[in-house]
Design a protein around this ligand. Structure first.
Ligand code: CO
Length: 217
């Protein structure tokens, strides 16, 4: 563990390096934010949003929780999506999971996890939705990796179900939702290539929260 006191030394060094590179760096940073992206990822310490995307402070609005869950009753995540879409007007929303995710692994074990139970339920529900595919994968490690991917896809669908995303997309043509998985062994991101328009259309029949009846059976 890095000693606590060193964190402030690190901070001073970081600030002075930034300033040395660009004297007006913090004046610009303090002025306003115009991030083009909302990133919803796992709290795992090994998956730092800005680093894996190679972007600077100000470039991405970030929400992280255990196993990158977008739960309907989670005011925290809901407020982040509302603020990012309606006020910051982000063009892209990324849900990023990662292989070796402890939250997803815990969800695969049928046991009492205390306060984590209602949280992991979101992922256990993903398993139930896709149990035919998952149970068809005999090797546990491969099944675990596929659940990581399916969890990302279902959390993307949960983002697409929200009113701010649907209403903004209908009016402006953005944001578009993407699903990614980060591989800790390679450091590389995998794009799950979610077809945003198709996913949106597929949920319109009962999840349309816009004033326009744009679902066509
Ligand atoms: Co994780």
């Amino acid at each position: 563990m890095i000693p606590y006191d060193q964190l402030f030394e690190n901070n001073r060094r970081w600030a002075s390096n930034k300033k040395a590179g660009e004297p007006a760096y913090f004046d610009k940073l303090a002025a306003e934010q115009h991030p083009g992206y909302l990133y919803i990822g796992c709290s795992d310490s090994r998956v730092p949003a800005n680093d894996i995307m190679g972007v600077e402070p100000g470039d991405v609005f970030v929400h992280r929780n255990v196993a990158n869950v977008v739960a309907n009753t989670d005011l925290n995540c809901g407020a982040v999506i509302e603020y990012a879409v309606a006020h910051l007007k982000v063009r892209h929303i990324i849900v990023c999971g990662h292989y070796n995710c402890g939250g997803v692994k815990a969800a695969m074990q049928p046991q009492d996890m205390g306060l984590l139970n209602p949280w992991l339920r979101n992922i256990r529900d993903v398993y139930r939705l896709h149990q035919d595919e998952l149970n068809g994968i005999t090797e546990e490690a491969a099944r675990y990796e596929r659940l990581v991917e399916l969890n990302v896809i279902e959390q993307c669908v949960n983002v697409i179900k929200t009113a701010p995303v649907q209403q903004s997309y209908l009016a402006q043509g953005y944001p578009v939702v993407h699903g990614w998985v980060f591989d800790l062994h390679t450091g590389l991101l995998k794009d799950l290539a979610i077809d945003f328009e198709a996913r949106l259309r597929s949920i319109q029949q009962i999840y349309n929260l816009t004033s326009t009846p744009w679902f066509r059976p």
